[in-house]
Design a protein around this ligand. Structure first.
Ligand code: ATP
Ligand code: MG
Length: 445
């Protein structure tokens, strides 16, 4: 992408109404634009990040054996009356009446709709276990939308639903989700700690939230520092192995880790003092096992191995896809702007031409741009007629992992500079080798 043709409406001023750093940086970097309270347009740069986050979520869900699909945003109230939640859900639900006077709603979650789909097509234990999920916009009429995409009213969520014949099988589905979530957040460069949670209006008795530590988080958390050392890394996970998944879950859930809602001071005090930590944190996901809470009122059954009708055992599992864009920034920024982890960066490398219009720097910049694209990278080439300082400030603000700086003095000596956004470290390389270095390949020139 060439910056001269891109739509990147950078704000010079820090927006006064944005209280937290991720909100400020997303506005300043031209990632989002508020449409109305808690509702945002995703501008091209922000949309790139959102899509990359969503892609990682899909890859890890599919790897865990879960099937992507897409349900609508608008739902009929009838199903919610069946489950009893139409009245229970309260004012967070946006209720709509269509031209025929039918009650509709903008889905805040999808348990009813998915249960209806499954009960009409799945009749035997042989069709189970089954987990279906989608990544779709939700609406919750939050009383106080704030912090930009962190607490929106319309927001993008991955929500998945498992259907199992009995408790034991459903616990494996729960564990599979917990492990796949660990993997998902780790790939985004985040340390998201699973913590015992209350179940809230979704219901049930078995739940974990995933929390990213950040001063601006809305949850208070207490945990054993040991949990910060855990890492899945390159460990191969066999999602069809219940014992293997249960072992990983044990490993991650045995150190003390609770939110203020489930905190137990006596248990926390049993953790050695030098390992006791408390902090603020952002909830980026939650998983629930709730058994037959929806299948009973909605009469969703299968024939089990004994030939008897049995209510489906269910759980639901959510990831805050749009909130993650903000959470990643909260976890990874400095005073100059965003510092994207490679896996979710909107572009892989920025190319800064310090003297646009100079034949030599133009040619070298264009060459690096072409090399980046043929190496399968996504480059953003700042080919505008701007001062060097302004170009650097923009690149720092939008936080691409690498910057290649092409200037007339360097080109005379046959070199360009490659700078890491995270470490600030700069090295000189021959122009043809800048991209090799980013790809971890040996120099060629
Ligand atoms: P919260 O406690 O933050 O209101 P929740 O517990 O009501 O969230 P869940 O039903 O667990 O939300 O939804 C799954 C995920 O969706 C959450 O972990 C969070 O990451 C995300 N999410 C929930 N509400 C919002 C919102 N208003 N804006 C952005 N993301 C949200
Ligand atoms: Mg939650």
């Amino acid at each position: 992408m060439k910056m001269s043709r891109y739509f990147l409406p950078i704000l010079k001023e820090t927006p006064a109404d944005a209280q937290i750093v991720s909100h400020r940086l997303m506005l300043r970097a031209g990632m989002i634009r508020q449409a109305s309270a808690g509702i945002y347009s995703w501008l091209p740069l922000g949309y790139r990040v959102l899509r990359r986050i969503e892609q990682i979520v899909h890859e890890e869900q599919i790897r865990a054996g879960h099937h992507p699909m897409l349900m609508p945003t608008l739902q009929s109230a009838d199903l919610w009356r069946e489950s009893g939640r139409y009245d229970d859900y309260g004012e967070e639900m946006l209720r709509i009446t269509d031209r025929h006077g039918r009650d509709m709603l903008y889905g805040p979650t999808n348990e009813e709709l998915i249960t209806d789909i499954v009960r009409s097509s799945v009749h035997s234990y042989r069709d189970l276990p089954l987990t279906l999920y989608h990544v779709q916009w939700k609406f919750r009429d939050e009383i106080r939308p704030r912090f930009g995409v962190m607490r929106g009213r319309e927001f993008l969520m991955k929500d998945g639903y498992n259907f199992d014949v009995d408790h034991q099988s459903a616990i494996h589905s729960y564990n599979r989700h917990l492990v796949s979530y660990l993997k998902t957040y780790e790939r985004m460069g985040l340390k998201a700690i699973p913590m015992r949670a209350e179940t809230g209006p979704i219901g049930g008795d078995h739940s974990h939230e995933f929390l990213v530590l950040a001063d601006t988080g809305e949850s208070g958390v207490f945990f054993d520092r040991r949990i910060l050392d855990l890492n899945l890394g390159r460990r191969q996970v066999d999602y069809d192995d219940p014992d293997g998944c249960a072992r990983i879950v044990d490993e991650w859930t045995s150190p003390y880790a609770r939110t203020d809602e489930t905190h137990d001071a006596a248990q926390f005090d049993a953790v050695p003092e030098d390992r006791r930590m408390s902090s603020r944190a952002i909830e980026v996901g939650q998983i629930f096992y709730f058994g037959t809470k929806y299948s009973e009122p909605m009469n969703a059954t299968v024939v089990n191995a004994e030939g008897k009708q049995a209510f489906l055992h269910m759980g639901s599992h959510g990831i805050g896809v749009s909130r993650l864009a903000g959470a990643i920034i909260e976890a990874s920024h400095d005073e100059r702007g965003i510092v994207w982890p490679d896996s979710v960066a909107p572009f892989d490398v920025g190319i800064v031409n310090l003297r646009q219009g100079d034949g030599d720097t133009d040619a070298a910049s264009q060459r690096i741009y072409n090399l980046a694209m043929s190496a399968g990278l996504d480059p953003l080439y700042d080919d505008r007629n701007e001062r060097a300082g302004a170009k650097f400030a923009t690149m720092d603000l939008i936080g691409l992992p690498w910057r290649v700086t092409v200037g007339p003095k360097g080109i005379r000596r046959g070199v360009v500079e490659l700078t890491s956004r995270r470490t600030g470290e700069t090295i000189e390389l021959k122009p043809g080798d800048a991209i090799n270095h980013i790809k971890g390949l040996p120099n060629e020139e």
